[in-house]
Each structure stands twice: as C-alpha cells, then as structure tokens.
Design a protein around this ligand. Structure first.
Ligand code: ADP
Ligand code: ZN
Ligand code: MG
Length: 483
C-alpha cells in the first residue's frame, strides 16, 4: 500500500534583543557563568512585576509582516501554568488565544508553499545542567529571554520539504533581525510533528512529536526514520501511539522520550500583571520598512548578476559574503566599464573565486571571513588580473592567501611573489630548453606520437616557471622547439 507522510513544524527562536522579555537583565546566549544575568523579576521573587520589552514585540511583528501574516491591532499575554524546576515562576508568560501574528505563508526555494498557523511571543525557561556526580543544577541566565514560537499547518509531505521550510524560516528570522537563530547555540529549536496516512485518505494519522533535535540534518534524518517506523508499525498490524521521540545519532533512530497519556491542562488565563498590548502603531511603522527578504534577494541576484542556483544559495545563506560579493561586483563593473573586456567571463571568474578559492584560502590560513584582510576593491582587482591573463590561476591562489591573511593590493603582491605571467619568450625559452633536457624520455615519447607527453612537459615548464608562464605561450614554444 502507498503511504503519504504529513509533517507540521513548531519552531522556537530566541529573539536577538539586548535585554530579557520582562526585566532589564542582559539577554546573552554566550554567557557561560551560570546565574549571572538574573534579577528579582526573572527569578520570580514575590512582589516583582514584569514590564514588556518593546523591541521583542517589534521583532515578532517584523516576522509576521515578512510572512505576509495578519498582525491584529491588539494582543495580550496569558499565563501557562505548569511546574518545572527551571521555571522559577511556576508558570510561563505566553500567548494563548490572541497571538501577535496569525496566518502567513512561507515559500521554500523549490517553490513549496507552507501555511503558517500563528506566531506568538513568550519567555524562555532556564536550563538544567547535569554534572558528573549525578547532581542537577539550575542556571537561570536563559529564564525570561524573549522567545518566539511559530507553528505551521501540517502542509509538508517529506522530510526534505520540512528541512527546507525550517531553513527558509531561519533565514527570514535572520534577515529581519529577529533572531540569530543558530541551531547549535539553541537560539532556534525545531520540533517536527510526523504522521502517515494512506494516499488519498482525507483523515490524518496519529502524530508523533520529534523534539530536542539540534541540527537541520538530524531533523531531516529523524523525520525520515520516523516515517519508515510508522509505516512499518501499521503494516505489521500495530498502531501509532501519540508520543514524543528524540533522535539518537549513534543508533541512527528515533527514541521514545515520553508517551502522551492525556492532554495537559495548562489552566491558561490572561496575565493579570500586564495590560493588553496595542500593536497597531508598531505594525504601521514597520510596514514598508522591512529589509530585503531571502526570496527577494534570490530574484535580484538572478536579475542583476545572472547567478546560478548554487551560487545564489551560497550567498543568500551567508549575508556577510553576499554583501562582499555585491561590493566586489560593483568594483568589477567599474573596471569593465572602461571597455575591451569580456564581462561575462569576468563575472563568471568572480563567482567561481567567491564560491571556492576564497573559502579555500580562508580555510588554509585559518582566517574567519569576518576577520579577513581582503576588501572588495582588492578582490575585484584580482579577478581583473586573472581575466586579463596577467596572472595564472596558480599565481592567483598564492596571491589570495596573502590577501586574506595580510591584505594589500593584488598587483603589489603579485610583484612581491614574482608571479606575474611573463610573455617574455626569451626567459621562457630558457626554462623550456632546460625542461626538455631534463625529460628526455617524455621528449622521445612525444616524438613517437604520444600526445599526453606534451601535456606533461607543459606541466613541468609551468612548475619550473612558478606559474609565471602563460600555459598557451608555453605550449606554443614547446611545440616549436620540439619541431
Ligand atoms: P496539539 O494540540 O497536539 O498541540 P496542534 O493541532 O496544535 O496539536 O498542532 C501542533 C503541530 O502539529 C502543528 O505544527 C501542526 O501542523 C502539526 N500537526 C497537527 N496534526 C498533525 C498530524 N496529524 N500529522 C502531522 N502533523 C500534525
Ligand atoms: Zn531579570
Ligand atoms: Mg498545540
């Protein structure tokens, strides 16, 4: 029988505000000293009162506008009551029936549209630390950090689709400046609800919730595994239980965390310590001032630079590299405007150097992109030197290493490294004659008709000339000398 999988996502993202949701404590996910960013408000001392962080409201509204969602004029906070040791109040301030954002849509790069149910604002809990002696310690640095919860409709039909949707939402959060949304830092957490049903059936199957998974790759793997597990269970006459499962990377399988026996009663009621929020003015102010969104950037990159999908995804996922590319392309445009150059080739070179050689040079020198010394003007000049065949791709590699680690003008570096390609045939002839003398067997192979030997000799001459020799010139000279 043929099955179809159904997936809905619940995504939490910590908002990138300076302070916490209801107090003045620092919101700093990199603070490593436990219980440093705490105060009587976020520790829930009796008699303290919360004050809502306006910037957090603005960030959630930005996300709502970016998703084309409805942002009602007013919104309110509610108490969600449950006990957990990392939650000092014994309840969480959240939003129940009047979320800040309702509806909306996310379109993945491959064109799939997924409806958003809602986005609301709440506060994060603290965190528990289990030490080596078996003690559990509690750290309240995270308690009260503004948290956005986004829920999608069960619109996804495969693990890959769910991953793509989650990745696209991450980009939207980052582009509007709502959250840094780094999965590995716990700033973004993805829960996937997965069920299967017979193809053509209207009714959804029982869903399993996949929780506490800290990377997109694992989310995708866990969903894939879960789909197969559920199908197998049904096929062998069993029934899917409503439960929460996690991902065990070592075992490559989902593992039971808890069985949902009954619906939680959170006893929601309106938060009496906070007045309803008027959001209309913030919404109107932010409307029309949204930054460029990832989907818009993709379109523009096709239109302005004619980039291919691989290059676009690389740049769109690295906003800092995106900006660097755009500045470099504009510098290259100025150089091209003088005329006499093959613009298409130059842009293609820039694309290739941006995607591979630059990253490789950064890796080799162990320099982070943010710290590199190469500026867009220098980078564009390097591309122009390669386009003009003044330096070889080998020479360019060495120049790039210096550019990222030390910085400087590529022409100066080329001169220092002595890698300018020489079309001085006298010098090259000397090199080639020497290569011919030292490779007698290759020479006789060539003479007996083996074309591969010529390529070998070109390579040898390139090596000896340290990339200064232009391969075409070397090949021509070699052939005429061999004649
Ligand atoms: P609950 O009441 O258990 O929290 P909700 O209806 O609020 O369930 O949905 C929670 C999440 O689960 C949403 O992302 C929704 O899209 C998804 N979901 C709901 N039903 C299913 C289903 N049968 N299969 C997969 N996902 C589902
Ligand atoms: Zn505080
Ligand atoms: Mg729910």
């Amino acid at each position: 029988m043929e099955y179809e999988s159904v997936i809905g996502l619940e995504i939490h993202a910590e908002l990138a505000t300076k302070s916490k949701m209801f107090c003045r404590c620092k919101n700093d996910s990199s603070e490593e000293r436990p219980n440093t960013n705490v105060c009587p408000v976020c520790l829930a001392h009796p008699g303290t009162l919360p004050v809502a962080n306006q910037d957090a409201v603005r960030k959630v509204v930005s996300v709502g506008l970016a998703l084309g969602a409805r942002v009602p004029d007013t919104s309110k906070f509610d108490r969600k009551n449950y006990f957990y040791p990392d939650q000092p109040k014994g309840y969480q301030i959240s939003q129940y029936d009047e979320p800040m954002v309702a509806g909306g849509l996310i379109t993945t790069p491959s064109g799939k549209q997924i409806r958003i149910t809602r986005v609301h604002l709440e506060e994060d809990t603290g965190s528990l630390v289990h030490d080596k002696e078996g003690n559990t310690l509690v750290d309240f640095n995270r308690a009260g950090v503004p948290l956005m919860e986004l829920v999608t409709e069960p619109d996804m039909r495969s693990a890959a689709e769910a991953r793509e949707a989650a990745e696209e939402l991450q980009l939207v959060f980052q582009y509007v400046g709502a959250s840094h949304a780094r999965m590995q830092k716990g700033e973004m957490r993805v829960e996937a609800n997965v069920s299967v049903r017979l193809k053509g059936s209207e009714k959804f199957g029982t869903k399993v919730e996949l929780k506490n998974i800290n990377s997109f790759k694992f989310v995708e793997k866990a969903i894939e595994y879960e789909i197969a597990r559920q199908i197998q269970l049904i096929e062998s006459g069993g029934e899917v239980r409503q439960e929460t499962r996690g991902w065990d990377e070592a075992k490559q399988q989902t593992v039971l965390q808890r069985v949902k026996e009954s619906a939680h009663d959170y006893r929601y009621f309106p938060e009496p310590d906070l007045p309803p929020l008027s959001v209309a003015a913030i919404r109107e102010e932010l409307k029309g001032h949204l930054p460029e969104l990832p989907a818009q950037r993709r379109e523009r990159f096709v239109r302005e630079y004619g980039l291919d999908t691989e290059a676009i995804e690389f740049l769109v996922r690295n906003p800092a590299m995106s900006a660097f590319y755009e500045q470099s392309a504009s510098e290259l445009g100025e150089w091209l405007s003088a005329g006499g150059h093959d613009a298409k080739n130059a842009y293609k070179l820039m694309r290739n150097y941006m995607l591979s050689d630059l990253t490789r040079a950064l890796d080799e020198k162990a320099v982070a992109f943010a710290d590199m010394k190469c500026n867009p003007e220098n980078f564009a000049e390097l591309i122009s030197l390669i386009a003009d065949k003044k330096i070889s791709s080998r020479g360019a590699k060495d120049i790039l290493l210096t550019m990222v680690s030390v910085g400087g003008d590529p022409s100066d570096i080329a001169r220092d490294l002595d890698v300018f390609q020489s079309s001085d045939t006298g010098e090259l002839e000397g090199i080639i004659k020497k290569v011919l003398e030292e490779n007698e067997s290759a020479v006789s192979e060539y003479k007996s008709g083996k074309q591969g030997a010529l390529q070998f000799l070109v390579g040898q001459a390139m090596k000896v000339s340290k990339g200064k020799g232009n391969p075409e010139t070397i090949r021509d000279l070699l052939q005429s000398l061999l004649q």
